[in-house]
Design a protein around this ligand. Structure first.
Ligand SMILES: CCCCCCCCCCC[C@H](O)CC(=O)SCCNC(=O)CCNC(=O)[C@H](O)C(C)(C)COP(=O)(O)OP(=O)(O)OC[C@H]1O[C@@H](n2cnc3c(N)ncnc32)[C@H](O)[C@@H]1OP(=O)(O)O
Ligand SMILES: NC(=O)c1ccc[n+]([C@@H]2O[C@H](COP(=O)([O-])OP(=O)(O)OC[C@H]3O[C@@H](n4cnc5c(N)ncnc54)[C@H](O)[C@@H]3O)[C@@H](O)[C@H]2O)c1
Length: 721
């Protein structure tokens, strides 16, 4: 059925014109909506039978904001004229400065441009639990319909800067306390109350308030400057590499000093500059890429419905199992945790409790909710409870035989509909399920550590996994607030495989004589939260040593063999786990580079003996970034070539959510396309001539570079999906 897009106006016998925005699913403000609003507001202002106006969104949602597709079109074409002139013509002139009172009837959500339209109304009536916010900064832009000026005037400067800089939504309940919402009424009464409110304003029973003209919540200039100073410090901390936060503060300040209207004009200017920035391009790409992950051909488009998953068994209560159990419990899914003996079971239960406690102490969870979640939790030492579970997630140690035996056992004790998932990071799913007759319900549920906090869930499908099982796991993933990305079965799956060259390249550079702390610092300045050496410390070097040979077996032709990890472990440094790695870890203080580790590095350099002429190489920061991240791009090319991901943008999301690759760079493939496949190919080719096959460009990269194609351009591939 075609979507009904447009703006309607109905004038009631009471003289109230109800203007309704319809653009499912979120009533985004697309071009026809903007022009429809202009037309209807002009009409309502001119008609003599209209005394007052109510603005509402169809289907219980006010509006999710300006149509983000338009940003994408602007990015593709560079054509700013695609952006309509709205802020002054519609929002200021036709709405706020209208002689007829205008009330916003807010249900469901009012975000971005949606909230900005509501703030230009003369009052706001909302239903409970409506979501209100200005999330534009997450898209690399700033609010562009006057939000930078009206929100501070309605809720106060400190609260407004907090909401805008952190893209934090509030509920209509909080909005009412702050003065953003004038009345909170049951959903069924929103329209009728709004009509009455609008007439009350028209007939002088309620004040006719224009948000942009208000000054009562702004405070004195010196108070405002103090708040903006704190905001600038916050922006520096949370977004050191992004322009929109600082730009937004400048725009807010303009309005404080020179008045709201002047702020609105500056806002439009700054918006125009920001919308074309690389940051906006990257972030808008990530917005759509994330949503694309929920479209899986032959899974989500064949009429299947996810089955309810109410009870899950987790096998293994170590680091991963306890995190997975926590995530499930927090979404009201009953969990039985099975361990090998009572000592380990107690440890697992305590870890889950500690995870909950951590969330409570950081204000992310109420004590009450933590208690409720834990009431759904049970520890067990046998399979009795498994008979009625809907899904098992195995998270025992990485041992092929152990996993094979467990799958053989659970196949017998679980019901035939039960999903059999493994959290393995390196073992082929076909091998895990080899001893079973249930290959169609075996699937990988690859969480990232800490599993209750990290947002990515790689759903690994083997060639036998059924579409129903994939759909069910996608639904569970969403229920536990993860972003599920469906990937194919190969060593390392999408994320770990793409990023295995990350630490390898870092080791090569360190063995070539580059200071390892400099490497970490260059990579964090690029935007990754941890450099490769600190990341190694965090994971534990024992793991690095264990998985090395597994990768070497399949990807041996492109491995750099460094003795550094082994030497590190020999010198008693296992990373954060034992307080000592490349860095020193002390409770309550930030990791400190440990100068004494340099003797280990020296020993490694002697053994590899790859420094040209025995002397450290000299590289710029840019070269460090390229030598570390271009091999990652090269592996991403192989992942694309082999069809391990459905689309390139899935790998972007996986890299952002699984490896914390900076979202403002759009993900690994998007970034590589920005740099240019040809440039990357030529750099890798030259590096491989100097330093060997580790850098050898892949066939996919070479083809793309030669044909002037982007890495993300789709092609018919030998898909594993
Ligand atoms: C010459 C130049 C002068 C300058 C003039 C300036 C003109 C422009 C000024 C713009 C001013 C404005 O300040 C800018 C904005 O408003 S930017 C948008 C701000 N809004 C958001 O960021 C909200 C984004 N959306 C969400 O957060 C969520 O989608 C949600 C609204 C909370 C709903 O969540 P959920 O129910 O989980 O659904 P999905 O996320 O899956 O979304 C469903 C589908 O809807 C699409 N969608 C959502 N929001 C938008 C949007 N704003 N625009 C377009 N499309 C949107 C989403 O992609 C999903 O689509 P598919 O089903 O196809 O995947
Ligand atoms: N550590 C990570 O960062 C990470 C990330 C993703 C995936 N993984 C994968 O998750 C799995 C678990 O890793 P981990 O780091 O949590 O290991 P871990 O050593 O912390 O925990 C494993 C737990 O399994 C238990 N166990 C062993 N045999 C069992 C059995 N027969 N029945 C029940 N429990 C049993 C052990 O007692 C231990 O508590 C591995 O397959 C690993 O590859 C790990």
């Amino acid at each position: 059925m075609a979507k009904k897009i447009g703006v309607t106006m109905e004038v009631g016998n009471d003289g109230v014109a109800v203007i309704t925005i319809s653009n499912p699913p979120v009533n985004s403000l697309a071009s026809p909506i903007i022009s429809g609003l202009k037309e209807k507001f002009r009409d309502a202002n001119q008609r003599i039978d209209v005394k007052a106006i109510v603005l509402i969104g169809n289907n219980g949602r006010f509006s999710g904001g300006f149509d983000i597709n338009v940003f994408q079109q602007v990015h593709k074409t560079g054509d700013l004229s695609l952006m309509p002139e709205v802020s002054v013509e519609l929002v200021c002139n036709l709405m706020e400065d209208s002689r007829k009172p205008l009330v916003a009837a807010v249900e469901g959500l009012a975000l971005g441009g949606g909230l900005e339209l509501a703030m230009a109304c003369h009052a706001r009536v909302a239903a409970p639990k409506a979501q209100l916010g200005l999330p534009e900064l997450t898209l690399g832009v700033i609010p562009g319909f006057g939000g930078t000026q009206r929100l501070p005037r309605l809720v106060g400067l400190a609260k407004a800067t907090d909401m805008i800089l952190l893209s934090k939504s509030i509920s209509s309940e909080e909005g009412q306390k702050l003065g953003l919402i004038d009345a909170l009424v049951p959903p069924g009464d929103v329209l009728s109350t709004s009509r009455k409110w609008a007439l009350d304003i028209a007939e002088g029973r309620k004040p006719f308030l224009r948000s942009l003209h208000r000054t009562d919540k702004i405070g004195s200039l010196s108070e405002a400057r103090a708040i903006l100073k704190t905001s600038r410090q916050l922006a520096k901390k949370i977004a050191p590499n992004m322009p929109q936060h600082h730009a937004c503060i400048e725009v807010i300040e303009e309005g404080i000093i020179h008045g709201g209207y002047s702020g609105v004009l500056k806002e439009a200017e700054v918006f125009k500059q920001l919308v074309l920035s690389d940051t906006a391009k990257g972030l808008v790409h990530v917005f759509f890429a994330q949503r694309a992950t929920s479209k899986v051909p032959n899974v989500t488009d064949v009429g299947l419905k996810p089955r309810p998953i109410k009870k899950v068994a987790v096998i293994g209560g170590g680091l991963m199992g306890s995190g997975i159990a926590t995530a499930l419990l927090l979404s009201n899914i009953r969990v039985v945790l099975k361990e090998i003996n009572s000592e380990y079971l107690m440890k697992g239960i305590k870890s889950v409790e500690a995870n909950m406690k951590g969330l409570v102490s950081r204000g992310k969870l109420t004590q009450d909710k933590a208690g409720k979640a834990l009431s759904l939790f049970k520890g067990v030492l046998d399979y009795t409870e498994f008979k009625d579970v809907d899904m098992v997630i195995e998270a025992v140690i990485e041992n092929i035989q152990l996993k094979q035996n467990i799958f053989k056992e659970i196949e017998k004790v679980c019901s035939p509909h039960c999903i059999l998932a493994s959290n393995t990071s390196t073992i082929d799913l076909d091998v895990i399920g080899e001893k079973t007759n249930s290959k169609d319900r075996i699937v990988g549920a690859h969480f990232f550590s800490p599993a209750h906090l990290m947002p990515l869930l790689e759903i690994v499908r083997s060639k036998n996994t059924s579409a129903q099982v994939i759909l069910d796991l996608m639904a569970v993933g969403k229920a536990i607030k993860k972003v599920p990305v469906v990937v194919g079965n190969c060593i390392g799956f999408a994320v770990n495989r793409t990023f295995f060259p990350y630490s390898q390249a870092a080791h090569m550079l360190a063995n070539l004589g580059v200071d390892l702390f400099r490497i970490d610092s260059v990579i964090t300045s690029f935007g990754l939260p941890l450099g490769p050496f600190q990341l190694g410390d965090l994971a534990g070097h024992g793991i690095g040593l264990a998985v090395g040979p597994i990768y070497a077996k399949v990807y041996g032709d492109r491995m750099f063999r460094s003795p550094m990890t082994e030497l590190l472990l020999k010198s008693g440094r296992n990373g954060k786990i034992n307080g000592k790695g490349y860095y020193i870890y002390e409770k309550g203080s930030k990791p400190k580079p440990d100068p004494s580790v340099l003797s280990v590095v020296e020993e490694s350099r002697k053994l590899t003996n790859i420094m040209p002429g025995g002397k450290p190489i000299s590289v710029s920061d840019k070269e460090i970034v390229e030598m570390i991240l271009f091999p990652v791009v090269n592996e991403a090319c192989r992942v694309l070539d082999e069809g391990v991901v459905i689309r390139a943008s899935d790998l972007d999301i996986a890299s952002v959510l699984g490896m914390s690759f900076p979202s403002y760079r759009g993900g690994i493939v998007f970034w590589a396309d920005t740099v240019g496949p040809k440039y990357i190919y030529e750099r890798l080719k030259r590096l491989s001539e100097t330093y060997g096959s580790f850098f050898k460009p892949s066939r996919y990269l070479e083809e793309r570079a030669m044909n002037g194609m982007l890495l993300s351009e789709s092609k018919s591939s030998r898909s594993r999906l």
